[in-house]
Design a binder for this molecule. Sequence first.
Ligand SMILES: Nc1nc2c(c(=O)[nH]1)N[C@H]1C(S)=C(S)[C@@H](COP(=O)(O)O)O[C@H]1N2
Ligand SMILES: [Mo]
Length: 155
Amino acid sequence: MEENEWSPPHAHEPNPEAPSADASIVLHLEGREVRLTPEMLHALPQITVPNCRIVSTGHGISGPFTFGGIALWEIVNSYSGSPWTTVDIISADGFRTRVTAAELVPATPRPILLALSLDGRPLSRAEGLVRLIVPGEVDDALRQVKWISEIRIRQ
Ligand SMILES: Nc1nc2c(c(=O)[nH]1)N[C@H]1C(S)=C(S)[C@@H](COP(=O)(O)O)O[C@H]1N2
Ligand SMILES: [Mo]
């Protein structure tokens, strides 16, 4: 798939509702698949990233929020045994973004995370559980993918 196909497939208007009740994620790795449930993610090391804003150009800016969860690099590190270049994050409603290796550096101060909590309480399914938070995206919310259903680690 070409890089430019990874811009969102629809107009910049977010879907208001969760596509399903199931918050588990299928992680696609070289030659195998792993189903990650929110419970499994809770068992991995948790981080928080304060002062995150969701910058919708359609319905305004919300936040600042403190999102909590697991760093995306932690998932890639824990599960991927082979070299990789990109991580594709896809939601059940067809929203998606591509994360590059350059963006997934351990020990960055504001890492990309799989969010499980918001301001210290569990994120609801309606709010996007499990949601990708890209703290570096500050003028749009196109990468803040709600309801992640697939993560594809690519060579
Ligand atoms: N799965 C999914 N994630 C999504 C979207 C969407 O339609 N589906 N819309 C994006 C856009 S355009 C915006 S502005 C924000 C809205 O997030 P909010 O509902 O928390 O304000 O979600 C982003 N993430
Ligand atoms: Mo948006």
